[in-house]
Unconditional design. Structure first.
Length: 95
């Protein structure tokens, strides 16, 4: 018998290196995937890859939206620039 992903029950019952069952991991992924997808869809709607100066605001908005997603997950976030370059998001989370 296999699940929707074509994996057999035996393989799915195995434990991950972190001790949880694959079925638990799969259920957790299924729970968060809709919101993760919605976040990514929101990000890709921002025209953020551009060399045009007229798009600088969109690029900044994309960096800020990305930073907000990291902050919501408990990361310490900085938006940095190298000279007049585009913003880059740096996110760190304590182990």
């Amino acid at each position: 018998m296999s699940n929707a992903r074509g994996l057999t029950g035996r393989r799915f019952a195995e434990r991950t290196p972190y001790g949880c069952r694959m079925t638990d991991l799969s259920a957790a992924i299924d729970r968060v995937l809709p919101s993760v997808r919605a976040d990514l869809e929101d990000l890709i709607r921002i025209p953020s890859v551009s060399y045009e100066a007229a798009r600088a605001g969109d690029v900044q908005r994309s960096a800020e939206a990305t930073a907000a997603l990291f902050e919501a997950e408990g990361f310490a976030v900085k938006i940095v620039r190298a000279g007049e370059g585009a913003p880059a998001v740096i996110a760190k989370k304590a182990a």
